[in-house]
Design a protein around this ligand. Sequence first.
Ligand code: T3D
Length: 259
Amino acid sequence: MSDQILVSRAGGVRRITLNRPEKLNAMTGEMAQAARSAFEEAAGDSETRVVLLTGAGRAFCAGQDLAESAIRPGRDLGAWLERSYNPLVRAIRGIEKPVLARVNGVAAGAGANLAFACDIVVASESAQFVESFSRIGLLPDSGGTWMLPRLIGNARAVAVSMLGSPITARQAHEWGAIWRVVDGDELDGVCDELARTLAAAPPKALAAIKSATARAWEQNLDAQLDLERELQRALGATADYREGIEAFSEKRAPVFRGE
Ligand code: T3D
């Protein structure tokens, strides 16, 4: 594993830290590939029930490392995306476990869109999201053109993408792009508590919520009702559902095992 990514696990919570603090965690190809591997490992680890993505130091991620030779003008940026960000975004969206973004500082370019790809985003008051691509002659990638209109509406998505103007954490919250904005000194407590709560929740139900809400963007209500029927049928047969019902009637906290 590259030292540009730190991975640790405590209980059911796997923490993936982007680790180039002196460059605001600007993403190299090595880092993108290591992050993707970390998500794939998390997907295959039965002990991991939630993944927390964050950055070391004062930033979350400043996007693509602009000094990297692979993205020099004239190089094939499409091929670069296929090697770096596209697999990473697919890994974040595809993992059947909740992904929590702890946005501790600026999230720019691909870094902003990696945060927006996560299931639940908590940002520090001082954080900001910058769709900085147009400043260097590019369009938002890493899913930005897909996620932004859905998260904040078309008018805002087009404006922030064209202008590259920073979205403050507070504004991102008001626009519905992120779950919470908290004081910097509360960020760890809030994220740890959320991660623990998600780690104790029924994994199959969370996976179904993740996949069903993703599908809802793509299909009509009729098809979505069919999907809910099938997913609920499967969940209704799980041991965790039985446990949830029993715990409710016995007035105790449920213990969900993902079975
Ligand atoms: O294939 C493709 O499509 C290409 C992929 C594109 C995906 C993208 O992500 S494109 C967008 C890339 N990101 C940016 O354009 C953001 C560039 N950075 C900034 O605008 C600013 O650094 C920030 C607004 C993020 C933060 O500003 P500030 O004033 O807090 O910090 P700073 O002083 O600018 O940066 C601190 C250091 O980090 C500095 O290094 P130094 O001079 O101390 O050695 C700076 O150069 C470095 N850094 C910040 N961002 C990047 C970076 N180094 C390389 N690449 C960066 N993206």
